[in-house]
Design a protein around this ligand. Structure first.
Ligand SMILES: [Zn+2]
Ligand SMILES: [Zn+2]
Length: 343
């Protein structure tokens, strides 16, 4: 089988890998669709992010879906031919966080296409993959696998929404309208938000934000003061999803969040300055959010039922042999929202 293997920044090679056989409790999957995520882009462009660096060649990819090829002994929930979304996260199930229901904080996490541990855990941009039964989430037989490959980033946003508390009737600000921001808009709408405002620095993601349900989409490069009216009378928004990772966006959010609001930080941005006095005086809750747990299965379900429609986010499906072009396209925010590989 072929796989997209990153050797060094911008050195992505399509190479042959041996196929694996499923052992007891395991499932072999013919991967068909793989979405390129921000973290894949960081590996591709810079060889990693923060302290996480590529130490040896690694298969990229963790937003994947396909068809079951074969099952090992003891597998009961899926059979050959079933379509599945593949959960890229494999927690140990035994550490204190797993036992406390915080499997996303697992001390022995194996996450596809991640260089956090050495040797790295290979990712899912490959034609065949063997995973644990619990990672293969069954889909309806007619479900398009391109849509199913959105289960992972949608799960991230569902987990983030739970950090915010109930969204019904809330006024929501989403800062950063890339794929994660766009999915946060869809989740906020699905959860009954009264009003959704999105910001970005680029016109094309904002146009998409409007199309998928943002009431207002503000270009802060064209008009840096566009959020100012929302700062009147101590602020307007009940909930903010900060999906840009920019310190300026977080500071702006603190300025327009109402007293008692919750800001959920989704974007990774290293160290950013924080207007602490405003945060304190307005009693704002600033919360992190990391990956997901049970929300992966919920995401697969919302996608299968059509309750959350991600189709407008899919920019292009690119053949595996053109993976380099797919990554270059994904890096261009003026042209790309979500780019996928057809594996
Ligand atoms: Zn991702
Ligand atoms: Zn664990």
């Amino acid at each position: 089988m072929l796989a997209a293997i990153l050797h060094a920044p911008r050195d992505l090679r399509i190479e042959e890998l041996p196929e694996d056989q499923p052992g007891h409790g395991q499932v072999a999957i013919r991967i068909r669709a793989g979405g390129i995520c921000g973290s894949d882009m960081h590996y591709y462009l810079h060889g990693g992010f923060g302290t996480v660096r590529l130490q040896h060649p690694m298969v990229l990819g963790h937003e994947i879906a396909g068809e079951v090829l074969a099952t090992g002994h003891g597998v009961t929930t899926v059979k050959a031919g079933d379509r599945v979304a593949v959960n890229p996260s494999l927690a140990c199930g035994r550490c204190r966080f797993c036992l406390a229901g915080q499997s996303n904080q697992c001390l022995d996490m194996r996450f596809y296409g991640s260089a956090m541990r050495v040797p790295h855990v290979n990712g899912g941009f490959r034609q065949q993959l063997v995973c644990e039964e619990s990672q293969a989430v069954k889909l309806p037989p007619d479900m398009p696998l391109e849509m199913a490959a959105f289960a992972e980033p949608l799960a991230v946003c569902l987990h983030a929404a739970r950090q915010a508390g109930p969204l019904l009737g809330q006024r929501v600000l989403v800062t950063g309208a890339g794929p994660i921001g766009a999915l946060a808009i869809l989740v906020a709408r699905h959860a009954g938000a009264r009003e959704v405002v999105a910001t970005d620095l680029s016109p094309s993601p904002l146009a998409l934000a409007r199309r998928i349900g943002a009431d207002t989409a503000l270009d802060l490069r064209a008009n840096p003061a566009a959020l100012e009216p929302f700062g009147a009378d101590k602020g307007y928004f009940d909930v903010v999803f900060e999906a840009s990772g920019s310190g300026a966006a977080l500071a702006g959010a603190i300025g327009v969040a109402r007293p008692g609001a919750t800001i959920v930080q989704l974007g990774l941005g290293g160290e950013v300055p924080l207007p602490v006095n405003t945060l304190v005086a307005k009693e704002i809750s600033l919360r992190g959010t990391f990956r997901f747990g049970e929300e992966f299965a919920w995401a697969a379900r919302f996608l299968a039922s059509g309750d959350i429609d991600v189709a407008p986010l899919l920019t292009e499906v690119v053949l595996l042999r053109d993976a380099k072009r797919a990554f270059e396209l994904a890096a261009d925010r003026s042209r790309a929202m979500k780019v996928q590989l057809a594996l």
